[in-house]
Design a protein around this ligand. Sequence first.
Ligand SMILES: Nc1ncnc2c1ncn2[C@@H]1O[C@H](COP(=O)(O)OP(=O)(O)O)[C@@H](O)[C@H]1O
Ligand SMILES: [Mg+2]
Length: 256
Amino acid sequence: MPFDVEPLLECRDVKKHYGALAAVDGISLSIRSGETIGIGGPNGAGKTTFLDVISGLTAVTSGQVTFQGKAITGIRAHKLFHMGMARTFQVTSGFASLTVLQNMLAAVVYGSGRERPGLLLTKAFRERSMACLQEYGLADIANSLVSDIPALARKKLMVASAVVHKPKLLLLDEPVGGLNPAEIDEFIDLIFHLRGRGTCIVFIEHVMRFLTTVSDRALIIHQGRLIYDGDPRGIAKDPTVKAVYLGSQAEILGAA
Ligand SMILES: Nc1ncnc2c1ncn2[C@@H]1O[C@H](COP(=O)(O)OP(=O)(O)O)[C@@H](O)[C@H]1O
Ligand SMILES: [Mg+2]
């Protein structure tokens, strides 16, 4: 996929402080449409906080984020969604007491960007929801309650709801955490499907096999700073990254 000249997302010296803690401590980078970027780093490094500030869930302390050339610092998460930026969460979210189809309908209707989506569930909404469930292999369980479906299906539903309005940028927080190797393979296929559709994907992941397989660029964050930005296959050889992971987390690199 050819890259656009203009960056899709740009961060300039982005900082997020919680009291004395610099959770994100001055990150600058440019992301172009067509890229698939995997973010790694130890627990507590600031990875989720970084996605939180990009996606408008929390305000930056300082710095600037631009999306499609527009400054987006201060714009709320739902507005950013309507502008073409979607995200998922580390803990699988979904309406557990509703069916898979009802969850998808909620995404279709409330993500549409209309000021007052209303309560009328038209045939077109249902057809669009079913088509999306079909695309992600969830049509067979459309009428199951989300509380009753397996973890893999819940995770797929969370991604499917995020992409039903075809975002330009998709942010995923640990999409395959807790899945077994065969389930991870299914998610690898799902990411390639999204890549094929031209979605720019930025994801956080500890599972190095997943990160190195699906991303074409890797970022490693440590103590709120970017310590690596480059080829995913070069992570394990990088002296700074190796030093950070030495000790209790060394096996993370070995798992590649
Ligand atoms: N809402 C918050 N209030 C205070 N501290 C927070 C908050 N969110 C995250 N932190 C702290 O910021 C640091 C980075 O957290 P996080 O971004 O969740 O790390 P990661 O996703 O890399 O594991 C941690 O020390 C965490 O305790
Ligand atoms: Mg996190």
